[in-house]
Design a protein around this ligand. Structure first.
Ligand code: PPS
Length: 315
């Protein structure tokens, strides 16, 4: 809604705009992100110009939440799964899932399953061939443990009380779960390299500020923070938003963090169950060639666990 439209519209329709689903993002926005609607010229729902397309359990929620701190980035609250599951609902529906944004903001949507669907990637390309894509990966062995911890936390059916080994399944099913490479092939087959940013969960965990700077550069924005935006919380074992700094205190209202600690919700950063080290070694050996292919195609290496690492440990 433009300023002139706001000025000329009946009060009820202006209020109606503010009560639409996507507008709830504006309630309680951080001081960094608040834009006075009457000063702002173009408050409306906009299609995303950047998508976080993968991968589940690789820190996608932390990434999205931390990016929302940037005044010029605004993230859709939910994973819409539009290009994968709900394409039939149409673009008007998709747009309605987006938050209200100003003309100075870039809308970001995250649905981690997009990267694993060639059809979803083709649809994204047809939608906007110059869109920016962010992919975040993680040591596949740790990712499996994370997914298993997620499964245990969610599973209520005693019949599905699988051990880690059972849950991982046979080698074919393990490869399916650990292979990022083949999905990256699909992405690079459709999009130019400069449209794709590949990050790692390990970097996000160790240096969220550095990763946010990387993303800001990637989407053509300046960094809007100082390093003190995050503070390491030894109890949680992760960086959290620095609520001691008045500048960042209120952000917890719009990115679902603990208002006191500034940490992400409990389901993010779970402890992983103890599992048999010899099986982890087996997983690392299966992952190895797929990791090497990935490092080759993205032209970047991550120091992920090797078979040798497990050989130095007692099982
Ligand atoms: N700062 C911070 N705080 C909390 N958690 C963090 C953070 N940075 C990265 N991570 C890692 O994010 C992992 C969850 O990944 P996702 O959000 O992609 O999971 S999901 O697919 O949406 O369920 C989650 O995995 P688990 O540790 O297995 O829970 C975390 O390791």
């Amino acid at each position: 809604m433009s300023v002139s439209a706001v000025k000329n519209a009946p009060l009820s329709s202006v209020l109606n705009t503010f009560s639409q689903p996507g507008f709830k993002k504006w309630k309680g926005r951080s001081p960094l992100n608040v834009i006075n609607p009457f000063e702002n010229l173009q408050l409306r729902q906009r299609m995303p110009k950047c998508l976080i397309v993968g991968f589940a359990k690789c820190g996608t929620y932390a990434l999205k939440s931390f990016l929302s701190l940037h005044p010029n980035l605004i993230c859709a609250e939910n994973e819409t799964q539009f290009f994968s599951r709900f394409y039939f609902k149409g673009f008007a529906w998709y747009k309605r899932q987006m938050p209200f944004s100003s003309e100075h903001q870039i809308t970001v949507e995250k649905t981690p399953s997009y990267a694993e669907s060639k059809l979803a990637l083709q649809r994204i390309h047809a939608f906007n061939s110059s869109i920016k894509l962010i992919v975040i990966v993680r040591d596949p062995v740790t990712r499996l443990q994370s997914s298993y911890a997620h499964f245990l936390a969610r599973n209520k059916d005693p019949k599905l009380n699988f051990t880690f080994r059972e849950w991982c399944g046979d080698n074919e099913s393990i490869i399916h779960k650990i292979d990022y490479y083949s999905h990256l092939v699909n992405i690079y087959g459709l999009f130019d390299r400069d449209q794709v940013l590949v990050l790692s969960e390990e970097d996000l965990e160790a240096d969220p500020f550095g990763v946010m700077q990387q993303v800001a550069r990637f989407v053509g924005l300046k960094t809007a923070f100082t390093k003190d935006v995050f503070v390491f919380n030894s109890r949680k074992g992760f960086y959290c938003i620095n609520t001691n700094n008045s500048k960042y205190k209120d952000v917890t209202t719009h990115i679902k963090t603990d208002p006191i600690t500034g940490c992400l919700k409990k389901s993010k950063g779970r402890s992983h169950p103890n599992v048999d080290k010899s099986f982890l070694r087996h997983l690392a050996s299966i992952a190895l060639p797929h990791n090497e292919n990935l490092f080759h195609i993205i032209n970047k290496r991550f120091p992920w666990t090797t078979v040798e690492y497990f050989e130095t440990m007692n099982s």
